[in-house]
Design a protein around this ligand. Sequence first.
Ligand SMILES: *[C@@H]1O[C@H](CO)[C@@H](O)[C@H](O)[C@H]1NC(C)=O
Ligand SMILES: *[C@@H]1O[C@H](CO)[C@@H](O)[C@H](O)[C@H]1NC(C)=O
Length: 444
Amino acid sequence: MEAVAALFAGSVLLGAFGLLLFVLVGKWPGAQRSAPTAHTEENGQKVNGQAASDRLLGTKKQKQQQRGRKEKAQHTFTHQLLASALKGHSGKITCLDFSSNGKYLASCADDRTVRIWSTKDFLEREHRCMRANVELDHATHVRFSPDSRAFITCLANGETIRVFKMIKKEDGSFTFSAAPEDFPRRHKAPIINIGIAETGKFIMTASSDTSILIWDLKGEALGSINTNQMTNAYAAVSPCGRFVASCGFTPDVKVWEVCFSKAGDFREVARAFDLKGHSAGVYSFSFSNDSRRMATISKDGTWKLWDTDVEYKKQQDPYLLLTVKCEVIEPCRIALAPDARVVAISSGWNITVYNTQKGKKEEEFYCVHGEEITDLAFDTNSRFLVSTGDRAIRIFHNTAGYRAIIEEMKGMLKRATNEGMRQRLQQQIADAQSALDSVQAKKD
Ligand SMILES: *[C@@H]1O[C@H](CO)[C@@H](O)[C@H](O)[C@H]1NC(C)=O
Ligand SMILES: *[C@@H]1O[C@H](CO)[C@@H](O)[C@H](O)[C@H]1NC(C)=O
């Protein structure tokens, strides 16, 4: 009952956001799968012993496998722009997600944990993280709820969604509690991505065949999409929460609108627009945070930038803004910075960063991880680029982003006539320059 009372207080305090949380975890009262689990750790030093599930499942073979993993030499990587490395997971990390309030980064690994990191100590020496155990399974994907008070995971063996709520304690840390029931298993092929709309209206799961499912937050399936792309390589919900997009074996990226009635009832999934221009399969795509730009990376040896701020209901097509040559191998990911000024592309073990104004190559990072890169993302302020692929998360300063701001604002300053405007631009240039200078100072 305590949890219910806390939830209720939360929903009054947080209004609409609280309501969402209530819906997400509304099924809480009653038996819980397990006692809430939360442990604060510093830089990988376990404060607490092995998780209960480890003891439950800890057959000899698994223990040997785990030991084998621990004994494998840690990959070392250094670079002038590396701000820090987050270490704590004891297994391969497969997914990263920033909360929309910008405060947290979530990571999940095959060590059966989800870790929540605080973004404000990215530049510190110590990186505290909070650990949520994924009992009897492990998570392949993790996404924060829009109110940053819950997260959803995709279970590797369960092939479905498990919801966790984050209960804030007085000291600012969290305890985590899994919903008593996972979503029903509906996919026939492995799930390749999950998403939750910023509007709080739906959850998306996509599998490697051609199917995408749309769910309500309680785990009822609302609708499904057949992408007709032979196989899905990637799918995602747009940051505005209105669209679901997919790419795969065919050259077009397809975008659908998930439509709800004024009263909030699910109506349909309707085709919105396509990104047409690549000449071979598309590996991955990414949205800017206002959903007005998309970047795509294809097997045809190019990446493209698109203006998707179009009136598709009047048959207006997205505009192709830029095509840049870029040979990649799989696995390959693309991340567009929230402010759309730079794009990062991972190919195998390497990452390349480009400016989106003219497509200039800005940075190259080689052999960033000990294994192939599994995820790549920018933080909500476009200050950092993060990547993973082994047991570490690497955080890079987005200096290319600061340079792009300076270049853009200098151009605007030349044309600015109004004094207020000039001052604002000068301030933005000074801020970006001082961010650049502080990275430079650390380097020297
Ligand atoms: C990564 O970089 C290394 C070093 O330059 C290079 O040998 C390798 O081919 C690159 N791999 C990919 C997938 O681009
Ligand atoms: C997008 O991110 C930028 C910073 O990168 C921020 O200033 C802006 O408010 C964000 N916009 C939305 C719609 O979240």
